[in-house]
Design a protein around this ligand. Structure first.
Ligand code: ADP
Ligand code: MG
Length: 335
């Protein structure tokens, strides 16, 4: 006993003597990248190495943004939009694969998720309160169809089968970047981390023995929380009608577009998806938003790895089966 106390005392002295910089700690940082807020939090045994790991994730996010941003005219994505109706455009394998994966998501969601939504989506400008007229939507809508994206796997080239087509990876790129960031942290030996970009987060490990608690906000009040979900080793994405929007004559024009109508989807106020990777949950949160709770839950309740939370226009909160508390035992039921 005496020895143990002695050892503890020596340990305490040693720890006290260590320079501040060598102590294990939670580190975090926020940066503005991809037109949104990027946040990284991690547990680092060595703070210098932890900060270098955060640097690496932020640098990778900037790299992905350079490649895939539709705001940057020189990005490879913008090159596709500018030229793919006239000629086959060659792009890096990473971008090629993500565009191809997006069409796979379109296929399994009957087109609720469709990166060619941008063929009408570009007619909206939320900060300037601009939306297309019905005639403009009618004229642009035929170019919204993932089936008109043509691929050549051997050369990584892409072609548009129709004029007037545009693509935008705003509905999957942040999730992809978050997954890439988590991969970088894992390679650097980090075991507890959260990486967030806009509405997309992924959690690595637990919060030192407890789950992380991720909040879903109230659609009309950013300071109010609708629910908190405990998570470890999982991804979570929320799509909401309160992120990029304006109201006109009682109609909310916002950034999640139903590819079948060209209008902002209005079945829910927000859709949250929990699943294994942020690429998947990012794609599925648009899908769930466009389809609405009834149809989306038919699909999600059949997929054991996924869960969902919807905030409905009347304020109701709807959960997938995996998040519901077990039904109370009827009185007199055997234990
Ligand atoms: P965040 O960008 O904050 O993560 P979301 O994940 O909800 O928000 O993504 C919204 C973005 O998804 C829109 O700004 C747009 O770029 C894109 N998008 C909108 N509708 C669709 C759709 N039906 N299919 C695919 N992408 C879409
Ligand atoms: Mg997203």
């Amino acid at each position: 006993m005496h020895h143990r106390i002695c050892l503890l005392f020596v340990l305490a002295l040693l720890l006290g003597a260590l320079p501040e910089a060598a102590r294990a700690a939670w580190l975090d940082r926020t940066e503005a990248i991809m037109g949104t807020r990027v946040y990284v939090q991690l547990w680092a045994d060595d703070p210098a190495a932890g900060n270098a790991a955060i640097d690496a994730v932020m640098a990778d996010m900037r790299r992905i943004d350079e490649l895939m941003s539709h705001y940057k005219p020189d990005s490879q994505l913008s090159q596709i939009n500018q030229h793919a109706a006239e000629e086959w455009v060659q792009v890096d394998a990473e971008l090629y694969d993500l565009i191809k994966l997006s069409t796979h998501y379109s296929q399994i969601t009957e087109g609720a998720f469709d990166i060619t939504y941008a063929s009408v989506g570009y007619l909206y400008n939320y900060p300037l309160h601009i939306h297309p007229t019905e005639d403009q939507i009618k004229a642009a809508l035929p170019a919204v169809n993932w089936r008109y994206l043509q691929f050549d796997d051997a050369t990584h080239t892409i072609h548009y089968a129709r004029r007037g087509m545009r693509i935008d990876l705003g509905g999957i790129g942040k999730g992809y970047a978050v997954d890439h960031g988590i991969g970088i942290l894992q390679q650097l030996g980090i075991r507890h981390a959260l990486v967030t970009a806009g509405g997309d987060s992924r959690i690595l490990g637990d919060h030192l023995g407890r789950p992380w608690l991720v909040a879903i906000r109230h659609p009309d009040d950013p300071t109010k929380v609708v629910t908190r979900i405990p998570l470890s080793d999982a991804a979570i994405s929320t799509s909401g009608d309160y992120e990029r929007y304006f109201d006109e004559n009682g109609v909310r024009y916002h950034h999640i577009i139903d590819p079948h109508t060209g209008h902002s989807a209005s079945k829910v106020r927000s859709a949250t998806i929990i699943g294994p990777t942020a690429t998947q949950t990012d794609g599925m949160s648009k899908t769930a938003f466009v389809l609405g709770p009834e149809r989306a839950l038919e699909i999600i309740n059949r997929m054991p790895q996924y869960d969902a939370v919807f905030v409905c226009p009347d304020g109701r909160v709807v959960y997938s089966n995996g998040l519901r508390p077990p039904a109370p035992r009827p009185p007199g039921a055997p234990h």
